[in-house]
Design a protein around this ligand. Structure first.
Ligand SMILES: N[C@@H](CCC(=O)N[C@@H](CS)C(=O)NCC(=O)O)C(=O)O
Length: 219
């Protein structure tokens, strides 16, 4: 029997939903999944179903949790392996997860998540490129310390969940990336949960497609 429910948006487009969904699935929570087709902002059904009018939103065992990072923390209380075991590494993982949660607006605006599409070479605004440079530095530092293939070693954890939609964006928009970043993007894409998300996104109804995410913005 389901222990609660996870409310998310269209898998083709909803980057924040992907973060929450990965944390919930990594922790193995037995929750019902409710997917609401997004309208491109202020979706009425999302407003009705969630406290903040945003997805993801989790109800589990009497707890109500919104904000993807809070969902990741909740899941990590139940499955502590979502964060690294070492305290300094855990602090590092939390720092980069929080930096992701709070920022990178330039990238998010110029290169939205649209995982079934390919827009190579587009979206390269100065703000997006500055964000990409910082993200690559974050990834390089973590991967050099841990040895990869994921940010903190062998296991795909909460920090990887927070950055997974960035990997999706890079696969769509194909900015120039260092080899270490490209290898990390491929490792994220190959994870079984990511393969499942992509497959489920590809199976979503054509009626859920939104013009604003199906075309690269004209220059
Ligand atoms: N800071 C929030 C951001 C959540 C967010 O902006 N979600 C978007 C979808 S990716 C949303 O619900 N937008 C409302 C809508 O499209 O109706 C989080 O970390 O969960």
């Amino acid at each position: 029997m389901a222990e609660g429910r996870l409310v998310i948006g269209t898998k083709m487009y909803s980057s924040w939903s992907l973060r929450g969904w990965l944390a919930v699935r990594l922790a193995g929570l037995a929750v019902e999944e409710v997917v609401i087709p997004l309208a491109g902002g202020a979706t009425e059904a999302v407003k009705q179903a969630t406290p903040a009018g945003l997805v993801p939103y989790l109800e589990h065992g009497g707890a109500r949790i919104w904000e993807s990072l809070a969902i990741a923390e909740y899941c990590a209380e139940l499955a502590p392996g979502l964060w690294p075991a070492d305290r300094a590494a855990r602090a590092h993982a939390r720092s980069i997860a929080a930096e992701m949660h709070a920022g990178f607006r330039g990238l998010r605006m110029a290169m939205p998540m649209s995982i079934l599409n390919r827009f190579p070479g587009q979206g390269r605004t100065p703000e997006a490129l500055a964000d990409i440079a910082r993200i690559e530095a974050i990834w390089r530092e973590a991967l050099e310390k841990s040895g990869g293939p994921f940010l903190f070693g062998e296991a795909f954890g909460a920090a990887d969940a927070m950055f997974a939609p960035v990997a999706c964006r890079f696969l769509t928009w194909e900015p120039a990336l260092a080899e270490v970043s490209r290898a990390y993007v491929q490792a994220v894409r190959a994870h079984p949960l990511m393969r499942r998300w992509y497959d489920e996104a590809a199976a979503e109804p054509a009626a859920w497609r939104l013009d604003k995410y199906e075309q690269a913005p004209s220059a």
